[in-house]
Design a binder for this molecule. Structure first.
Ligand SMILES: [Zn+2]
Length: 367
């Protein structure tokens, strides 16, 4: 027995220029069946600052956040570098003597002008020499993967309850011949457009909200969602695991009997027990087991820190370690775990952060 009341509100897509380098996620989120991935952080190291005027609040300091934040930086060549001959030199005969070490140069680009709560950010670094790339968004470590000739890409999930603020983005590029450079820019996080709902469970079901039951499960899931394998396995936009009506959207702010406030970390798709559930993209099964709150769960690793999860399954037909292809049936829809009826709860994680799956069905970031 349950009731759901939904109030959709249109939060303004405001940007918040104050407190530029506060934590990415300052909110403390109550635990919830749909996952709790909280990235608390504090980083005080400002990297790029330019003065900006705010009509309402006087002059503030605001990191750069253009519609296409691109930063280039010259390499610093260690003075002690021993020049090595460039066998492919085809220099113009009138040129001054060429440096025998090609200077490293690189750019960092954010695919989106800003990132909304619940969105997946795509950060690309292009360099002119073979190199390794590392980076941070505020205090979160970015994990770059090769993305074509001279390119690296990192995906970053923005928490659905992330503070609207501007975060420093720093990237370190180290070429194979020992040169290094640092790139710095900023990423503006804005509020998403999410509704609110209050859910009431009956007493028996509510027992599953007991932290003694839910916490160990949350810990397990958090570890699974931190899985990182560098190979990108998806080849196209993600497929819908089932066709059906959405009964609760990702990011919806929730409270259960007034006791727990959090947000809906997945997308609920309506259907009948026994309906086939398909995997959204190529990947490897990293979890397939029955849990108390989430019911029968399958989690697929698609590479580069991207995982999809399928909750409340009636049955599942895959095992951990198994490779799957987009469209493969991995189980059937059900009503196992803490649910009020048969549906699929579908989650998508990026770097351990639950993000909106819908944008991945429209387009997936490609290398
Ligand atoms: Zn759900």
């Amino acid at each position: 027995m349950f009731t759901v009341t939904t109030r959709h509100h249109h939060a303004p897509q405001r940007s918040t220029p104050h407190a530029p380098f506060r934590s990415l996620v300052s909110a403390v989120v109550g635990l919830l069946l749909c996952g709790l991935v909280i990235s608390g952080c504090t980083r005080s190291q400002a990297i790029v600052e330019t003065p900006a005027a705010d009509a309402n609040e006087g002059t503030v300091t605001q990191p750069v956040a253009s519609s296409e934040p691109v930063v280039t930086a010259p390499a610093t060549v260690p003075a002690s570098d021993t020049p090595t001959p460039q066998p492919t030199a085809t220099a113009a005969p009138t040129a001054t003597p060429l440096p025998t070490t090609q200077p490293l140069s690189a750019t960092v680009t954010l695919a989106q002008p800003h990132l909304a709560q619940g969105q997946t950010g795509v950060i690309r670094v292009a360099a002119n020499l073979p190199c390794a790339v590392t980076g941070h968004l505020a205090d979160r470590t970015l994990r770059f993967v090769p993305a074509g000739e001279g390119q690296h890409m990192a995906l970053v999930g923005i928490h659905a309850l992330a503070s609207a603020e501007t975060l420093p983005l720093s990237v370190e590029v180290t070429s194979d011949d020992g040169q290094s450079l640092s790139l710095a820019t900023a990423v503006e996080v804005v509020e998403g457009d999410y509704g609110e709902e209050v859910i009431h469970f009956d007493a028996e079901t509510s027992q599953l909200l007991d932290p003694a039951i839910s916490e160990p499960e949350n810990v397990l899931m958090s570890e699974v969602w931190e899985t990182f394998s560098p190979e990108i396995r998806w080849t196209d936009a993600f497929q819908w695991p089932v066709e059906g009506v959405f009964t609760s959207l990702f990011g919806t702010r929730r409270s259960y009997d007034g006791r727990i406030s959090s947000y809906h970390a997945g997308l609920d798709i309506d259907g009948e027990t026994g309906d086939p559930v398909k995997v959204a993209a190529d990947g490897v099964v990293v979890l397939a087991e029955p849990l108390q709150v989430r019911g029968n769960v399958v989690v697929i690793d698609h590479g580069a820190g991207v995982l999809t999860s399928y909750f409340h399954l009636d049955t599942f037909d895959v095992a951990e370690g198994q490779a799957v292809k987009a469209g493969d049936v991995i189980g059937t829809m059900g009503a196992t775990g803490l649910v009020t009826g048969s549906h699929l709860h579908w989650e998508l994680h990026v770097g351990g952060i639950a993000t909106s799956p819908i944008e991945w069905t429209e387009a997936a970031p490609m290398p």
